[in-house]
Structure formats: structure tokens, C-alpha cells
Design a protein around this ligand. Structure first.
Ligand code: HEC
Length: 99
């Protein structure tokens, strides 16, 4: 049980590091800013956002369940829409951990 917990926690910290890298590689920084403070007043900040909320929003935007005049910025971006559930989760952990 203890080793399973240790394994899980190791997985979590690895995923925060992956998230930092993925946040750049998947072009999120170009709109949401390097530290999660967005580049435009009508783009949302992501720094400190709740992980589960963020995961749900990204999935809904990509699936076009959430749409606005601005969501095409994400849904028409080939790299953004190719993101996996694991990558979204890792980015969300990283954004939530920003100081
Ligand atoms: C080309 C610009 C652009 C890129 C690239 C982009 N986004 Fe967005 N994102 C936006 C805009 C604009 C919105 C707001 C949409 C709206 O108003 O409904 C948004 C919304 C969001 C939201 C919802 C925030 C909230 O408070 O509800 C999340 C989470 C998000 N983006 C994460 C990401 C992630 C993760 C990536 C990288 C994989 C990414 N975005 C790439 C422009 C972008």
C-alpha cells in the first residue's frame, strides 16, 4: 500500500515537470503567457487555476462542447487539438502549481 502511494506521488511530481515542458511545446504559452498570465485582456489567465476545472474546460473546448467567438483559437490549432488527456492533466498540475 505504502509503495503504491509512493509510486503515485512520484508519478504526480513527474507529471508537473512534464506539464511545464508540454505547456511550451503545445503552444499554450503563445496565448496564455509563459507564467499563465494571458497576453490579451479577453484571453483567460491559467496561473493557479484549479486542475480539474482546467482539464474539463480544455476537453470541452477541444470537443466543441464549449464554444465562443474565441474558442476557434484553440480548436483550429493543430497542435492544441492533438493533445492527449494525460498531457492536459500534466499541464493542469503545472499551471495550478505556479507561484
Ligand atoms: C491561439 C491562442 C490559444 C492557444 C494556442 C491556446 N489557448 Fe487556451 N484559450 C484561448 C482563448 C482565447 C480562450 C478563451 C475562450 C473563451 O472565451 O471561451 C482559451 C481558453 C482556455 C481555457 C479555459 C479557461 C477558463 O478559465 O475557463 C483553458 C483551460 C485553456 N484555454 C488551456 C489551454 C491549453 C492547455 C493550451 C495549450 C494546449 C491552450 N489553451 C492553447 C486561446 C488559446
Amino acid at each position: 500500500m505504502l509503495s503504491l502511494l509512493a509510486f503515485f506521488m512520484a508519478g504526480l511530481s513527474a507529471s508537473a515537470q512534464d506539464g511545464e515542458r508540454l505547456y511550451v511545446y503545445k503552444f499554450c504559452t503563445t496565448c496564455h503567457g509563459q507564467k499563465g498570465i494571458s497576453i490579451a485582456p479577453n484571453y483567460p489567465n491559467l496561473a493557479k487555476q484549479n486542475e480539474l476545472y482546467m482539464v474539463n474546460q480544455v476537453k470541452d473546448i477541444i470537443a466543441k462542447k464549449r464554444s465562443s467567438k474565441l474558442t476557434p483559437l484553440m480548436t483550429e490549432h493543430p497542435v492544441v487539438i492533438s493533445i492527449s488527456d494525460e498531457e492536459i492533466a500534466a499541464i493542469a498540475v503545472h499551471m495550478n502549481s505556479i507561484k
